[in-house]
Design a protein around this ligand. Structure first.
Ligand code: GLP
Length: 236
């Protein structure tokens, strides 16, 4: 594992964007696993700037996102599909038809999860998976549990996650209580993993995840078993 500590969020975002840009350079038709949340916003801004400056070409890139709230469709400004369009896809030359986000409005979420994993497999797997981390150690929406869950599946969100994500909604009551998320298998099968975290309040969970025991109560700790992980942490 490469554990990189930087001083500022800007440095973190630049380093993460450099890694993603390098991935696209060495494999222009790569599959990027992308994440939502506040952590990757700066990274996406740098990628947009690089794309506008002609330094990165997204035209042959495919993306697969980690997760989506159940019941929110892409037109809802709190959905992760909306977030991705707004924070990245609408501003770069990626083919939207090649950007995938789990469908949180699917009638049969179990079938949707199965089809999503199948699709990732058919794409040849994920070349580089970008991750944030929740305060309880969740990645995607894989919440602390008694076991690590493999496939893409429906999850009930923890109270602490609902509270943490309420800042994006008008009120806590509006936060969906369930989501569909890529499971640990899809994440662990990515060829490379890049986890970014910033802020003093994330320090304890990041240290627990990467320097503590591997424990399904700290979902991100499974990444200690991944052969190619880069963690970038900034206190600010
Ligand atoms: C959400 C997302 C995660 C993300 C986490 C942390 O719950 N499902 O993918 O990593 O929030 O968000 P933030 O980066 O805003 O701290």
């Amino acid at each position: 594992m490469k554990y990189i500590v930087v001083n500022t969020y800007e440095e973190l975002s630049n380093k993460a964007a450099d890694l993603i840009a390098a991935q696209i350079l060495v494999k222009p038709n790569c599959v990027l696993g992308l994440a939502t949340g506040s952590s990757p916003v700066g990274t996406y801004q740098r990628l947009i700037a690089d794309n506008k400056a002609g330094k990165i070409d997204f035209s042959t890139v495919t993306s697969v996102n980690l997760d989506e709230y159940v019941g929110l469709d892409g037109s809802n400004d709190q959905s992760y599909r909306y977030f991705m369009n707004d924070n990245l896809f609408d501003h770069v030359n990626i083919d939207k038809a090649k950007t995938f986000v789990p469908n949180g409005c699917a009638a049969d979420l179990a079938a949707e999860g199965k089809a999503y994993d199948e699709m990732i497999k058919e794409l040849g797997g994920i070349d580089l998976q970008l991750l944030g981390i929740g305060l309880d150690g969740h990645i995607g929406f894989n919440e602390p549990d008694s076991v690590f869950t493999g496939p893409t599946h429906e999850v009930k969100l923890d109270e602490s996650t609902i509270e943490a994500n309420a800042r994006f909604f008008q009120s806590k009551e509006e936060v969906p209580t369930t989501a569909i998320t890529m499971g640990m298998l899809s994440i662990m099968q990515a060829k490379k993993v890049l986890l970014i975290a910033n802020g003093a309040k994330k320090k304890a969970i990041v240290e627990k995840a990467f320097f503590g025991p591997i424990d399904p109560q700290v979902p991100a700790s499974i990444l200690q078993l991944h052969p190619d992980v880069t963690v970038i942490f900034s206190e600010n």
